[in-house]
Write a protein that binds this ligand. Structure first.
Ligand code: GLA
Length: 641
């Protein structure tokens, strides 16, 4: 959200008042029964996380053609385009108005001179996108789900806001989805679109947009920081309309749809069905605390991203503020964390004045390779505390993993890494490579202690003997998992996310920063859904999948595995202790194995199934009868050989 936004306190109050009108509904949960078909169809074309540049973090609303083309030229000249950065995205700030006679969007040619292609009301971004395409780059555009965009609500003093009548100033998609998408993607040749959400959130009568009296009132469908008061199905349906229009205009699927509703309306659960990528938090800023907040908002979402569908912790601040050339440790840490979480890498820096040191951070080939690894397994938290974290990402090359040893504190840390964190054999050497220094660090057997500087991420590649002689734990193949049904009854806010000062006041003037993003209780890798150690009848399991009962997970096996094994039971952290749960394993829709009804405090039972030739394995935890609390289940040591 824009830098000139209102204090959160007043904003929060008015949001809540407005929300009384909006009916709160939980997004329709997927079926609990096996379907036998992989349920995710890619939205657009991003087999690996999109990489590029976006104007917002560098220039805010002060975007113009010279600045954008300057970034494009720098991407090519500095070797960043070669390193993978190819999208050049215009963010908020360039629209003039919507033409009354036919609703066609007009560009502010004072900002984008190349768009002046005819008379006064003839504009086109085609010359602009042609130029980018000729440079081997791709072009991105910005819009909003509602009738108006963010800058109109939050930056009313910007001299370059859309002009004209109320209707002419309605530059958002609402009511024009098919027309605008056809214009942007067919006529103008854009490749990427970011769809913001202020138009459906901030234009209620008392909202920062509505209050100005200059815009048509839009009763909010979404209330930031308040999942219960957001109309989840309505928000999702509006985004789905955009997706469908894109698929019509680009039947080859060559597009990127970036959902930008700031982690609200439980998008963390359904973004994968509707977008190529979806924001998991409010806006990042160029300071350490906001970076932690953004990072944490994806760190527990490892089962939701995968090839073609990406959690988006927001654009990079590398080069800015706490991540500038005087803070290279922090800049590298920020970049490492985005890479290990498979985040889209969108540079938000004025590259025209970039010192070599910043280009070197953004262009680090071995760190980028982690982000772009084709398996698309997001990093998993193998050790976590408020101070240190160990994040491990399974790479596509068998026996190789990327590891981030993250010191979140301001003091030097000694972080112990052991073979167990890596799911590697404890008695075999594990070779180490420092991905920033790009040099080998020898090897260790069992465990090693690393000295990690304040705010540093030690970014390593490790090569060793996998603990499983053949196959993988499911928690090593997160990119193959689709959470088809999460078992969550009512979305709850995730309390594990770092809480910065209120971003727009920077003070303690409000009632504090409480958890705001739904996701608590969703399935997790090597963790219970409530971020605890997996434990059944007082036996701890280091590896496995934790979930709530009445959940269904799909695993894209693609016929590459022969056997599924796990130990299943009710987790000791369960809230409901009365209802038993049956664990079922399906292969392409056929029941292959099931457990007896498992009760609380009963030792985990082995469960195995022959999955030879199976394309889609489905794991269902079926609760038998009702319970007063959510029933927590554990698929301990779940693996495919
Ligand atoms: C929102 C988005 C930002 C940026 C601004 C533009 O806040 O989250 O990324 O696009 O709007 O106004």
């Amino acid at each position: 959200m824009g830098p000139t936004r209102l204090p959160l306190t007043s904003y929060r109050k008015l949001s809540i008042a407005l929300a009384l009108a909006a009916l709160s509904t939980v997004a329709a949960a997927g079926s609990l029964n096996a379907t036998g078909a992989w349920e995710l169809a890619p939205v657009g074309d991003a087999p690996t996380p999109p990489m590029g540049w976006n104007s917002w973090n560098a220039f805010g609303v002060n975007v113009n053609e010279a600045r954008v083309m300057g970034a494009a030229r720098a991407l090519v000249a500095d070797g960043l385009a070669k390193a993978g950065y190819r999208y050049v995205n215009i963010d908020d700030g360039g629209w003039l108005q919507r033409r009354t006679r036919d609703g066609r969007m007009l560009i502010r040619t004072a900002l984008f001179p190349s768009a002046a292609v005819g008379g006064p009301d003839q504009t086109s971004f085609r010359p602009f996108t042609d130029k980018l395409h000729a440079m081997g780059l791709e072009a991105g555009i910005y819009t909003d789900l509602g009738r108006n965009v963010c800058s109109q609500a939050w930056s009313p003093d910007n001299p370059n806001l859309p002009v004209g009548t109320r209707a002419e100033r309605e530059v958002g998609l609402h009511g024009h989805v098919r027309q605008d998408i056809a214009l942007y993607f067919k006529d103008w040749g854009f490749d990427y679109i970011k769809v913001d959400a202020c138009g459906i959130a901030h234009y209620g009568v008392d909202g920062p947009g509505g209050k100005q009296g200059k815009f048509r009132v839009f009763p909010p469908l979404m209330v930031d920081q308040n999942t219960a008061q957001s109309n989840i199905p309505a928000v999702r349906a509006l985004y789905a309309k955009v997706r469908d229009a894109l698929r019509t205009v680009r039947p080859d699927g060559k597009f990127v749809l970036s959902l930008c509703n700031w982690g609200a309306a439980n998008v963390r659960a359904w973004g994968k069905d509707v977008g190529t990528m979806w924001r998991t938090s409010t806006d990042i800023q160029a300071n350490w605390s906001r970076m932690l907040h953004s990072f944490d908002s994806v760190a527990t979402r490892e089962l939701y991203s995968g090839p073609g569908r990406w959690n988006d912790p927001d654009m990079l601040e590398v080069g800015n503020g706490d991540f500038d050339q005087n803070h290279l440790v922090q800049a590298r840490s920020h970049f490492s964390l985005w890479a290990i979480e498979d985040a889209p890498l969108l540079i938000g820096y004025d590259l025209r004045r970039a010192p070599r040191s910043i280009i070197d951070v953004l262009g680090a080939p071995e760190v980028i390779a982690v982000d772009q690894d084709p398996a698309g397994n997001q990093g998993v938290l193998e050790y976590t505390s408020s101070d240190y974290q160990i994040i491990v990402k399974t790479l596509s090359m068998r026996g190789q993993k990327a590891v981030a040893l993250f010191n979140r504190t301001g003091e030097p840390a000694k972080i112990l890494l052991n073979a167990g964190h890596l799911k590697m054999a404890p008695n075999e050497p594990i070779a180490l490579r420092d991905l920033w220094a790009r040099r080998d660090l020898g090897s260790f057997t069992g465990s090693r202690v690393f000295l990690v500087q304040p705010h540093e991420v030690l970014m390593l590649k490790v090569t060793g003997k996998p603990l499983l002689a053949t196959g993988y734990y499911l928690s090593e193949m997160t990119g193959r998992i689709n959470v088809a049904r999460d078992g969550v009854l009512v979305p709850e806010e995730d309390p594990t996310i770092h809480r910065p000062l209120d971003p727009y006041t920077g003070s303690t003037s409000s009632d504090g920063t409480r958890p705001v993003y739904a996701g608590w209780g969703d399935p997790r890798a090597d963790s219970t859904p409530y971020d605890d150690t997996l434990r059944v009848a007082n036996v701890s399991y280091r590896y496995g999948i934790g979930a709530l009962a009445n959940s269904r997970l799909q695993v894209k096996a693609d016929g590459s595995f022969t056997r599924f094994t796990a130990r299943v039971g009710i987790d000791d952290t369960t809230r409901g202790r009365a209802a038993p749960v049956r664990f079922e394993v399906y292969g392409d829709g056929r029941l292959l194995a099931e457990s007896r009804p498992m009760h609380f405090n009963e030792a985990a039972a082995p469960l195995a199934a022959d999955v030879a030739g199976v394309k889609v394995v489905e794991l269902i935890a079926r609760q038998i009868g009702t319970d007063e609390g959510a029933v927590v289940v554990t698929w301990a040591d779940a693996a495919l050989e």
